[in-house]
Design a protein. Sequence first.
Lengths: 408, 187
Amino acid sequence: MAEAVTNEGIVAKVKAFLATIPHNKITLRDLLNYPKTPVNNFIALLTVLFLAFFVIGVGNYLIHGHEAYGVTREHPWGLLIAVYIFFVVSSTGLCIVGSLGDVFGFKDYEVISKRAIFGSIVTILSGFAVIAFEIGHPIRMMIWNVLTPGLRSAIWWMGTLYGLYLTFMIIEFVFLLKHDMRRAKIFGLIGLLVGLAAHSNLGGVFGFLNTRLISQGVFYPTYFILTAFITGIYLAFIMMGFRYRLKFPDNIRKMLVGLAKIQGLLLAILMFFETWKMMTAIYGGVPGRSDVAEHILTTWPFWAEVLLGMLIPFLIILKSKGQNVTGMFWGSLIGMVGIFFMRYDLVHDTQLKPLQMMKVREYQLPPEWVHYAPSATEIMISLGGLGICILLYYIGTKLFNLDADTEH
Amino acid sequence: MARYGMALDYKNCINCKACEVACKEENGVLLGADKHRIWVGVNEIEGVWPNLSISSSSFLPSQCQQCDNAPCEEVCPTHATYYDENGVVRVDSDKCILCSYCMNACPYDARYVDDRTVTVDKCTFCSDTRLARGLTTTACQNTCPTKVRTFGDLDDPESEISILLKTRDHFSLKANLGTEPKLFYLT
């Protein structure tokens, strides 16, 4: 009886606390009540379609397991891993952008903090929704990750730290909503540090693969942080572009011009890093590294990554010295397509070189490059992840005030 | 407790694939192109007829190298991959979450997905079959018609494998990676 009373007390306290979080009361009718412009209708239709894809894809996976995917013994990581990375990189990036104002105190960027932190929550949740159907036994993972943790495994650190990161992001967001800036700053800083640690560990998952020379080493753990920041800025432009329908008030324009200039610098650094990565990989003709790098240069996804993810947005910024924020909205949409290819390439290129170079079956040629094509199920779950992300973000815009508070 | 290893007099291999069949039979490995614990790699004859390089044609039997410093064990987030009391790298299928990190980390492509347990599996030196029944041979070794394989305790100086490794030159695959394999190829 006493326990029941205590439990009731806790429930009451939680309810009381939740009631103090500023939010709008919404119904399904509110969600369906949006300006019926062609663009809005198109996005709404696309979101519903993607969510339907998710249901079909997951259903197919639950029936057929990994047989429904294009992954093989030689290429065990496929599109869903790339999409998971795409979402968690987006999350870390938005966390960095959101921290500029609230944690580091750059006043111009406070106008995006709440929106960016909320974006970081929905993107990581979308990533988790996708990875749940790539990991063969997600429930078992939660049990044995705790009972027998593999502390030398980058996947263990990455997963655990991302779990903590999500918790801190939610706490920071709540304090931002309550306009408790001091606590938001504390949890924002902790969340940012944990997020950066988690994210570099994700790079470490690839960097620790001693047998995959094209990925092994320090490059990915650091590159992941750089590309996260770049992704965060692209998403900041996209979110603000939709929020203000490309008619930006002065304070938002000022913030976006600042972000565009930072983006220009970051893209220049990224292109510099990539160039040296490819040159050092090719130089000397080391088998397993040089041949893979040369092969990558002949694949179209690599050039999609370079053109869409780096060059086009960089040229847009360069041409207007960062002033063309509307151009950068479109540049950011293009950039995000490039970022997707960046993640896909990262996963696929790591597994390009067969580890067993002799033929093992009759009527088979010796292995050359490992081929992989995503299955329809993988594509549907991936698009479903995007649908979940858009839906959660849209609900968030209705449920919370994601604009900067007027006192700012 | 032993520290099991295997020496392969690989130049004696005739690629009859009896070892693959015996392994599948003994360990209940499912059929399928990507479901194999052991395999024989083939180097085709090089050159254009009649100038063929007979010596270029060779067979290289391979499997899990039972590394002392196994990358697959190191990357496993749940300790599903572990060393048993005989130094054999094993997978606890109850703990395996099928993240496939081990499949990517293994330099020898020695792991595959067992569709019955939906977890990663690999060669276990017949630990849960023949060794568990008290036998001291593996299925692949027992069936080999040209006696390519010698299986035994590396810690026992009197064992056949220890004597072979003392008296014959040998090499390990991808030794530069520091994985310290317990499969030795006799030259």
